[in-house]
Design a protein around this ligand. Structure first.
Ligand code: ZN
Length: 540
């Protein structure tokens, strides 16, 4: 089955594929091209070897007259076509024998097959294990009305699918497509919180990709400047992945930000979030209460939503009525009532919360407290027999209290309603396949010895094939949990609570700050000191 037909499309290969670049970029630089078989690679190597062999033998052989040398080199370069010809003859002979044909007839047939197959392979790609659907479940041909079935449209569809599939396989949380210059677009993935460029695509091809994503997301393709929102889903062999898309006209073209909402990777148990054992039991206890409020805080991308869902996962939905209001709904919880914020339809956090309270819920989950009205309604609900779980955009537990008071919440209400504040950051987890004992600076060793850490236990990131050379794979949370009980509540009520109290207060045994929590993880070989420093550097 491997013969001249395979060999002939060597010329159609992009350099990346021929050179065997295995990185993410080469993976879909080759997406618009033909796949590359091992037999063709071997033939290529033989050709190159023969060229080099003859050049070396002749070029450096003093007995060959100088004037002949260029001819020999040129001849060496023509060895390749001769291999091709040889294979062609072998294929033809085989065909002639099998079909009982005359040699000339068989030769014509082989040539025709070879070219047809090359053309076919160049224009059609192997089917990818992914299907993109719009929010009502229609695929591309239905969205476009089945009008465009050209090879070009198919190629663009394939490229679009490949980008989305690579994003899912690489565990990207976001896929960003934006113009880099007049004739190039970059594709970037956010993996474990950090952006990396995975590909660059010529503008004309990428605009087609942008348009197909806009079409499947229910956006207006003709509108290129005004920001638009949309959503689509991908059907894979092992489940569905949902995407939220935002477009905006930027200098040099149009930018797409695609948020990947992967149900299969999203829902973690509370024990997998990364809480230290003593903190985990405090949090579990708070979640089992019938009233009160739990706040998860942190900056954007600190995994607040994941923790929120993990807490909801600890709740028995059959015995407790759970209602959520989110922007957007990131994971579907089959037994909860989920309301999505939609400003156009006048569904805001505050409006939704007002109607939720009337639905007699046991547990209310507020995606994010952004304004005074939401804050006060959420806290009031938590005082009247509801457990309220909410997130707040703030940098620390103390900052959350300050923020809530800035939103007009009275210390009285805070001290009676609020049970737990959790602030968190995500640190990348070291790749098990390539981590090694860390080479720490003398400065660090002294510092660690001072705090009685065994510095030989710390590990460092190296990078291997399994972690795309980053040294990390996946993330875990470092959390600072404050349980507001007696002492702290009294101080809060007296408006007398300071940052120092939050740190020192003995309300939980072994209370620790984010940084110390991070160092514990580094000591356990889960992450690195550099990573802990990176995510906690903005702490006051
Ligand atoms: Zn690795």
């Amino acid at each position: 089955m491997y013969g001249v037909e395979n060999y002939i499309h060597l010329g159609a290969y992009p350099a990346q594929a021929v050179l065997g670049l295995g990185s993410a970029s080469a993976k879909f630089l080759g997406a618009g091209m033909v796949h590359f078989g091992p037999v063709r690679l071997i033939l290529l190597v033989i050709w190159i070897y023969m060229c080099m062999y003859s050049v070396l033998r002749i070029e450096f052989n003093p007995t060959v007259p100088v004037r002949y040398k260029p001819y020999v080199n040129i001849l060496a370069l023509f060895v390749g076509p001769w291999i091709l010809f040889l294979l062609l003859v072998v294929d033809t002979a085989k065909k002639a024998q099998e079909g009982n044909l005359a040699f000339a007839e068989a030769f014509k047939e082989v040539l025709r097959n070879t070219f047809n197959r090359s053309l076919r392979e160049c224009s059609s790609k192997p089917e990818l294990p992914i299907k993109l659907l719009d929010s009502s479940g229609r695929d591309f041909s239905e969205v476009y009305g089945g009008s465009d079935d050209s090879a070009l449209a198919n190629e663009m569809l394939h490229l679009t699918q490949q980008i989305i599939l690579d994003g899912i396989n690489d565990r990207a949380s976001d896929i960003l497509i934006d113009p880099k210059s007049n004739d190039m677009y970059t594709i970037r993935f956010r993996i474990d919180g950090l952006l990396s460029t995975v590909n660059e695509i010529e503008s004309d091809r990428c605009v087609a990709v942008v348009n197909s994503i806009k079409a499947i997301s229910g956006m207006d393709i003709a509108e290129r400047r005004r920001p638009q929102d949309g959503a689509f889903m991908a059907k894979l062999l092992d489940g569905n992945v949902f995407f939220r898309v935002a477009s905006a006209g930027v200098l040099g073209g149009e930018k797409l930000s695609i948020r990947v909402l992967n149900q299969s990777t999203g829902l973690l148990g509370l024990e997998s979030i990364g809480f230290a054992d003593e903190l985990l039991s405090s949090v579990l206890n708070a979640v089992s209460q019938s009233s009160g409020m739990i706040i998860v805080c942190g900056p954007t991308g600190s995994g607040k939503t994941t923790t929120l869902y993990a807490m909801l996962g600890e709740i028995d939905f059959l015995t407790r009525n759970v209602v959520t209001v989110e922007d957007p709904v990131e994971y579907v919880l089959p037994q909860a009532s989920q309301i999505e914020v939609n400003v156009k339809a006048d569904i805001t956090f505050a409006n939704a919360l007002r109607s939720i309270v009337r639905q007699d819920p046991d547990v209310i989950c507020v995606g994010e407290i952004r304004d005074a009205e939401t804050a006060s309604m959420a806290l009031q609900a938590s005082q009247t027999g509801h457990l309220v779980i909410a997130t707040l955009h703030s940098s620390s537990n103390m900052a959350s209290l300050v923020r809530l008071m800035e939103l007009g919440i009275k210390p009285m209400l805070l001290s009676t309603a609020l049970n737990v504040i959790i602030s968190q950051r995500l640190v990348r987890v070291l790749c098990d396949d390539c981590k090694s004992p860390a080479n720490l600076s003398a400065e660090w060793i002294i510092q660690l010895q001072k705090s009685k850490w065994d510095h030989t236990k710390f590990m460092q990131a190296n990078g291997c094939e399994n972690c795309h050379g980053t040294g990390y794979r996946g993330r875990t949370a470092i959390c600072d949990v404050t349980i507001l009980t007696g002492n702290l509540k009294a101080k809060l009520l007296d408006r007398n609570l300071s940052h120092g109290d939050m740190k020192k207060d003995g309300d939980i045994s072994g209370r620790s700050t984010l940084r110390a929590e991070g160092l514990k993880k580094a000591f356990a070989g889960i992450t690195t000191i550099e990573e802990v420093q990176r995510v906690t550097s903005n702490l006051g």
